[in-house]
Ligand binder design. Structure first.
Ligand code: ADP
Ligand code: MG
Length: 238
């Protein structure tokens, strides 16, 4: 299999179908733009499993995604897309850079969800960008950006409600979108939805169950990820 791209958390391979990719979830974790690195046995498998469950649920709720099928262990097959170089962050509760930027305390519940856009560029350190920066850099057409933001809010509604059923607060999360090849006319949700890309706090104790455990040395990362997976599986059954 030909490797197309190796990122921080996943590897992408070509398949015999030109418009498909194989995505392998790695055990590696990075934080602070790659400055902090570690590897956690079984993270790849947990993240793959969670991503698949969440993408299937979103598809059912009418959100088009890149997901095609689960290939077991740490791999999925997805539609190959031209990734929009924008990271869409949706926030419900103050944490991370929003606390720094605004002075609002961590844990402060936002009156309504906040959407932020970041330029997906490792060399620049993924800076926050405005609609006008996006227009100048030609990262997305205005109608594409509009679609992406609307979809992000819809995903937020679906996931917030779902995680609440699992006893988890969806604090914030990052989404990536892509243009379906070959026509590039349709935008779909791509990449991953995992505890690497979502902040999830225990509803009762406020304990951080996501990658902040690694960023802030808060204890066993895999314990948190496994707890999220178990609760998600129970919530799906109920
Ligand atoms: P990064 O270090 O850039 O975050 P990852 O380890 O997350 O990379 O690897 C996944 C890469 O593949 C990301 O750059 C993401 O934008 C891209 N990607 C995700 N889904 C698809 C897809 N369906 N088609 C093409 N590229 C994708
Ligand atoms: Mg990534």
């Amino acid at each position: 299999m030909k490797l197309i791209y190796e990122g921080k958390a996943k590897r992408l391979y070509e398949t015999d179908q030109a418009n498909e990719v194989l995505i392998e979830f790695k055990d590696d974790a990075t934080a602070f733009n790659g400055a902090k690195k570690a590897s956690f046995a079984s993270k790849g498998k947990i993240n793959k499993t969670l991503s698949v469950l969440l993408y299937k649920m979103l598809e059912k709720e009418g959100v088009p995604t890149h997901f095609l099928r689960d290939e077991g262990d740490v791999t999925i097959v997805a539609r190959r897309v031209d990734i929009v170089k924008i990271e869409l962050v949706v926030r419900n509760v103050v944490a991370g850079s929003l606390a720094k930027r605004t002075g609002l305390p961590e844990g402060h519940k936002l009156r309504q969800p906040i959407i932020e856009t970041y330029y997906k560029d490792d060399a620049l350190g993924d800076p926050m960008v405005t609609d006008e920066h996006i227009r100048e850099l030609n990262l997305a057409r205005p109608d594409e950006l509009e679609k992406i933001k609307r979809s992000g809010l819809k995903v937020n509604q679906i996931l917030t409600k779902f995680f609440a059923k699992a006893g988890l607060i969806l604090v914030d999360f990052k989404l990536e979108y892509g243009r379906l090849l070959p026509s590039m006319h349709n935008i779909v949700l791509a990449d991953e939805i995992t505890p690497d890309t979502c902040r999830l706090w225990d509803e009762k104790t406020g304990a951080k169950m996501d990658k902040d455990r690694f960023r802030q040395d808060l204890g066993d990362l895999i314990e948190g990820y496994n707890e999220i997976l178990t609760r998600v599986q129970h919530a799906l059954e109920s």
